[in-house]
Design a protein around this ligand. Structure first.
Ligand SMILES: NC(=O)c1ccc[n+]([C@@H]2O[C@H](COP(=O)([O-])OP(=O)(O)OC[C@H]3O[C@@H](n4cnc5c(N)ncnc54)[C@H](O)[C@@H]3O)[C@@H](O)[C@H]2O)c1
Ligand SMILES: O=C(O)C(=O)C[C@@H](O)[C@H](O)[C@H](O)COP(=O)(O)O
Ligand SMILES: [Zn+2]
Length: 361
């Protein structure tokens, strides 16, 4: 059983196919592939698991592959450049399709390579982590990290299609499943109190990978993301809500050294910090913050920032956030659980108090 959603972006609209058995099915790709050459971009962990069935499914085309090292610490200009080395070495022209096979790191790097190669070629996302299936494969944000900040170099480049095979989640380490749940919870916190309540009552099923529970969580997450992206593709306004927890989270990832924290873990802590700040501003009640923290913790995620990152270090790292406008930081905060806003009205003392509060409560 599979289901299809649509990301409505006029001529650049595309489907998100979600279901079991999609990765190895040639019909998943046939309507979307452009040209007769395909470059699969994947990594050393995912390749032994899923490269063979994908290549089988694409056997009508001339398929090449580039296998990158695995980890956030490799989401760099140097490693990204290897995609171009492979494309050029094999004389790829513009009549080709890139296929990103893996989690968000591969999706972001392959998508950004597709945005740049010969000024832009098409690509397909085949996300294999929960996080990538609910978030990174949808919406066209692509890019790489810089030592000074996360995703600092990138482009908006929408895929031709997203093929999310839920069977791939069976091989995902438990920590990575939890990391994906951080972004799933995000959708509830920013837009959908009913979904949040559903997540609260189905957390055990999600953690034990019940296929029905996972399918529902992926579908609802993609529906919310697709709506927000269709409203504001280039993040001129409402799309920034998808950044809940990310101003703090990205600072943690960069400050601790890329790869030390999973993106989803850093976002989980960042979300607790955003809730802490929302409470200090008088928006969230204590019980809301406690509920948010309990949900994050029940998903197997951390709630406290690293002890060795001082408030001043965090502030410095947060100053390069992409939401900074006219030199002012902007935050995604919670008015209530299920409703987020973007604001620049946060005074330094209140922010500092949140950064200094190690419990994030
Ligand atoms: N573009 C966006 O909108 C967006 C949204 C959210 C996150 N991101 C980015 O995505 C990245 C995080 O993505 P992620 O959490 O998928 O991390 P990841 O890509 O590092 O994948 C997590 C780990 O799981 C492994 N893996 C992948 N699929 C597997 C499978 N089916 N079975 C076993 N192992 C598997 C990977 O090799 C890796 O070790 C970050 O760089 C983040 O900035 C981007
Ligand atoms: O799609 C978006 O928009 C998001 O913000 C989704 C985030 O989960 C994701 O981590 C994104 O890469 C962060 O974007 P950035 O612009 O802050 O780098
Ligand atoms: Zn994210």
């Amino acid at each position: 059983m599979s289901q299809t959603l649509n990301v409505d972006l006029g001529l650049r609209s595309y489907p998100i196919h979600i279901g079991s058995g999609l990765l190895a099915d040639p019909e998943s790709y046939r309507p979307h592939v452009r040209g007769d050459r395909i470059m699969i971009v994947t990594n050393e962990t995912v390749a032994p698991l899923y490269l063979d069935p994908l290549e089988q499914a694409l056997s009508d085309y001339r398929v090449s592959r580039v296998v990158l090292p695995d980890g956030e610490q490799y989401k760099t200009m140097e490693v990204w450049n290897r995609i171009f080395d492979a494309l050029l070495q094999e004389r790829f022209g513009r009549d080709c399709t890139l296929v990103a096979l893996g989690g968000g790191v591969i999706g972001d790097m392959a998508g950004f390579a597709a945005a740049c190669y010969q000024r832009g070629v098409p690509f397909i996302q085949v996300p294999t982590t929960l996080l990538a299936q609910v978030d990174s494969s949808v919406g066209g944000k692509t890019g790489i990290n810089h030592p000074a900040g996360k995703n600092m170099i990138g482009a908006f480049h929408q895929p031709l299609a997203v093929i999310a095979d839920t069977d791939t989640l069976e091989t995902l380490p438990q920590k990575e499943l939890s990391a994906g749940l951080a972004e799933v919870l995000k959708y509830g916190f920013i837009r959908d109190a009913a979904f949040l309540a559903w997540l609260e009552s189905h957390m055990a099923e999600l953690l034990s990978r019940d296929p029905n529970a996972l399918s529902h969580a992926i579908k609802r997450s993609c529906e919310i993301k697709a709506l927000i992206v269709a409203e504001d593709e280039l993040e001129a306004g409402q799309r920034a809500l998808l950044n809940l927890g990310h101003t703090f989270g990205h600072a943690i990832e960069a400050g601790a050294g890329y790869g030390a924290w999973l993106h989803g873990e850093a976002v989980a802590v960042g979300t607790c910090m955003a809730a802490n700040l929302s409470q200090r501003l008088g928006w969230l009640e204590d019980k809301d913050v406690e509920r948010l923290r309990r949900l994050i913790s029940c998903a197997g995620l951390p709630t406290e920032p690293p002890a060795d990152l001082s408030p001043d270090q965090m502030l410095e790292l947060m100053a390069v956030d992409k939401k900074v406008l006219d030199g002012k930081m902007r935050f995604v905060l919670l008015k209530e659980l299920g409703e987020a806003i973007v604001t620049d009205e946060v005074d330094r003392d209140t922010l500092y108090a949140t950064l200094a509060d190690r419990r994030s409560l």
